[in-house]
Design a protein around this ligand. Sequence first.
Ligand SMILES: *[C@@H]1O[C@H](CO)[C@@H](O)[C@H](O)[C@H]1NC(C)=O
Ligand SMILES: *[C@@H]1O[C@H](CO)[C@@H](O)[C@H](O)[C@H]1NC(C)=O
Ligand SMILES: *[C@@H]1O[C@H](CO)[C@@H](O)[C@H](O)[C@H]1NC(C)=O
Ligand SMILES: *[C@@H]1O[C@H](CO)[C@@H](O)[C@H](O)[C@H]1NC(C)=O
Ligand SMILES: *[C@@H]1O[C@H](CO)[C@@H](O)[C@H](O)[C@H]1NC(C)=O
Ligand SMILES: *[C@@H]1O[C@H](CO)[C@@H](O)[C@H](O)[C@H]1NC(C)=O
Ligand SMILES: *[C@@H]1O[C@H](CO)[C@@H](O)[C@H](O)[C@H]1NC(C)=O
Ligand SMILES: [Zn+2]
Length: 444
Amino acid sequence: MRATAFVCLLAQGLLASACLTEEELRGFRHNLPILHRRQRAQTNKTNDGTIPRGLGDRFKNGTVAPRGIGSQTGANFTSFYSMDQIQSATLGLVNEFNLTYFELPLKTFENRTMYGLKMPGKAGPTVLLQAGIHARERGGPDHLINFVADLLWAQREGTGLVYGGMSYTAQDVLTALSHGLVVLPLVNPDGVAFDHATNGCWRKNRNPASARPNDTDATTGVDLNRNFASVWDFRKEMAPISDDILSVSDDPESEVFHGTAPLSEPEARNIDWVMDQMPDLRWMADLHSHATQILYAWGHDTNQVRDPSMNLLNRSYDGKRGAVPDDLAKGYVYAEYIEQQRLDRITILSSRVADGMLGAAGRSYTAQISVGLYPTTGVVTDHVMYRSLVDSSKKTADAITIEFGQYNRDALCSFYPTVPMHNFNMMDVGAGLMEFLLEAARLG
Ligand SMILES: *[C@@H]1O[C@H](CO)[C@@H](O)[C@H](O)[C@H]1NC(C)=O
Ligand SMILES: *[C@@H]1O[C@H](CO)[C@@H](O)[C@H](O)[C@H]1NC(C)=O
Ligand SMILES: *[C@@H]1O[C@H](CO)[C@@H](O)[C@H](O)[C@H]1NC(C)=O
Ligand SMILES: *[C@@H]1O[C@H](CO)[C@@H](O)[C@H](O)[C@H]1NC(C)=O
Ligand SMILES: *[C@@H]1O[C@H](CO)[C@@H](O)[C@H](O)[C@H]1NC(C)=O
Ligand SMILES: *[C@@H]1O[C@H](CO)[C@@H](O)[C@H](O)[C@H]1NC(C)=O
Ligand SMILES: *[C@@H]1O[C@H](CO)[C@@H](O)[C@H](O)[C@H]1NC(C)=O
Ligand SMILES: [Zn+2]
């Protein structure tokens, strides 16, 4: 536990960039409202060397199926998928491979319908794959859809897959597909639509319920990846550690605004609903950019394996969580309980995913505990684990956050990749998700 905390602090200094820009990290560490000023500017500039948005409908309303970078040689993706293309690509897979398409029950604030696809396996579905929760993290939906497409094409043709330096056999493809998968390619459609329309580096959803009337542009939106139920009420459950350190906020102006209640947002409730539809849910991976990291539980504090009663449901630890390292003087002494065997599985799984992503295009990925980046609450991957803690009728499930790709320092929005970066990211994600599914199959 001590050792883990120490490593995390080291990592924090070097790598604290996942999902937030350097200026945002400085911003929330020093309460400087920086990014929203740029978002408000909305220059719509597109000629900053980043990959352009795809035009037209390359999947012809679902009559053409996509194919990724792992099941064909020499592919070069020179645009990213538009909103329409994400949907038509999904429909293309459904039609070509006879998958199940489903819609989620709640509409978003802007009345969009969320959707997913379901693939049969030997059991389950036991695996949930998700992308697009942070709108500006461009490429997530593309990489997820194209990875699934690769698996299906390879299965049909009886071949393996190649992601840069990583090769997989036809048998690996069958093993990866054996789980039964549910895929949610775009879980923040309003945010992504807005980001595409404005190139404004938009992260959150578009719910204006908490916006201040005199400043709606800067105060619209909830960070969906702070809106889930696990330790949502950070003011009560976490130690009163400085807002400079916490990556969550109750200020609607913040990029990490957590909403008005656990699962207050329809997008978050929809995702929770999907999990409810998966009684055999065992593994989940959520795609983000751009830290070249694999993050595993927990987000709110370090892990410990000795004291099962020290856990996030025990109210006697409210106000003590989140200090890394513990602050003995103030009594902030806490680490989240996790069974040793489970911790071993999730760390080995995360390392394997990181190694696969390194092997794809040669960019270094590291696996680490989520709190090592910054203490955070209400994230979807912790929610996956939390669900079986509050309801023992649910099977335990484990989840990782995959932070693909690197900063694009030359872009107005560092989350927008160049064409070469987008293609490398697609290889990385392909290899990472392959390793994830293969290791999950090995672990059972
Ligand atoms: C940017 O594009 C959006 C959506 O098309 C539009 O509403 C807005 O006025 C544009 N902003 C500028 C500065 O051109
Ligand atoms: C796209 O396909 C759907 C059925 O999948 C159909 O209802 C819709 O009219 C089509 N749209 C266009 C523009 O062809
Ligand atoms: C991919 O296409 C872009 C834009 O057309 C081009 O600049 C780049 O060299 C191509 N990359 C490869 C590996 O072919
Ligand atoms: C498509 O899948 C359904 C079950 O989901 C099955 O009943 C049907 O026969 C399949 N159709 C084809 C053409 O394989
Ligand atoms: C969503 O649909 C409802 C009911 O049709 C309508 O009242 C509301 O104005 C719509 N909201 C937006 C943002 O378009
Ligand atoms: C909007 O009003 C709030 C108080 O309700 C104030 O704190 C804030 O500075 C105002 N913002 C602007 C941009 O005027
Ligand atoms: C909660 O933690 C306290 C120690 O702070 C312990 O005495 C108590 O038994 C725990 N409660 C449960 C239900 O485990
Ligand atoms: Zn993110």
